[in-house]
Design a protein. Structure first.
Length: 239
């Protein structure tokens, strides 16, 4: 009898937990809603492209094509097929919560906020997508590319000049310590986040100057783990 009662309690708890999770998912604004954008008013204007502004479909699809072409110039082949969510109206935060200009979730989702619908931001996020597509499950706990390189490469290839925010040698040294995205997010939480992005961009720029774009591409495409990555870094950015 006790065993039967415990099973009933377990089933009841499982059901209540599931209902609670569904309620939170449907009622609380956040990035999790990117999993099912159509549930929250986003319209699909092309395969894997959602927006709250379908009247701007042509402009949106053309901007995404350009970002994908820009990424193709570096990676030469593109296998990632992310879902884009282009949020252009002022109630974006009410749906997806507070967002940066752009946000990439793995290599599956790209969210763009109203202020982030620019060529450089779209380019930046698309580079993230194609870099992340080279990674595996182990990168969740041990990133093969340090966070500073992930952000720096995306910024360097975005078309925006690395000096868009002033940075100095101290900023470069600080950025090199951001191995994980937890490190990076903690660092860019201050008002000087633009300097950190500029510094990360500068570091990748120095690698490209030392190796050429082809050398930088080889490093990206052949690295298998973080140790190998650090061995391939030119001494100019080595710790």
């Amino acid at each position: 009898m006790l065993k039967s009662m415990l099973k009933k309690i377990s089933r009841a708890l499982s059901t209540s937990t599931l209902l609670f999770m569904i309620t939170v998912y449907l009622t609380q604004a956040g990035w999790h809603r990117a999993l099912t954008p159509s549930f929250f008013g986003m319209q699909e204007i092309a395969p894997r492209i959602y927006t709250d502004s379908p009247e701007r479909s042509g402009q949106i699809t053309e901007a995404i094509k350009k970002a994908e072409y820009n990424s193709l110039q570096f990676f030469t082949e593109i296998s990632a097929r992310p879902t884009y969510i282009i949020c252009l109206k002022s109630n974006c935060e009410e749906i997806f919560g507070r967002m940066p200009l752009g946000l990439t979730l793995g290599y599956h989702r790209v969210l763009i906020s109203p202020k982030g619908f620019t060529p450089s931001v779209l380019n930046h996020e698309r580079i993230h997508v194609d870099l992340h597509a080279l990674m595996g499950f182990q990168d969740l706990y041990r990133q093969r590319f340090p966070a500073w390189f992930d952000e720096g490469l995306s910024e360097f290839l975005s078309g925006r000049h690395c000096s868009f925010q002033r940075h100095n040698e101290a900023d470069l040294a600080r950025v090199l310590r951001a191995d994980t995205f937890r490190d990076w997010n903690a660092m860019v939480a201050d008002r000087a986040y633009g300097r950190h992005y500029g510094a990360a961009c500068e570091l990748v720029s120095r690698i490209a100057q030392a190796t050429g774009i082809d050398g930088l591409r080889r490093i990206v495409l052949t690295v298998r783990d973080k140790d190998d990555f650090m061995r391939q870094m030119p001494s100019i950015v080595r710790r």
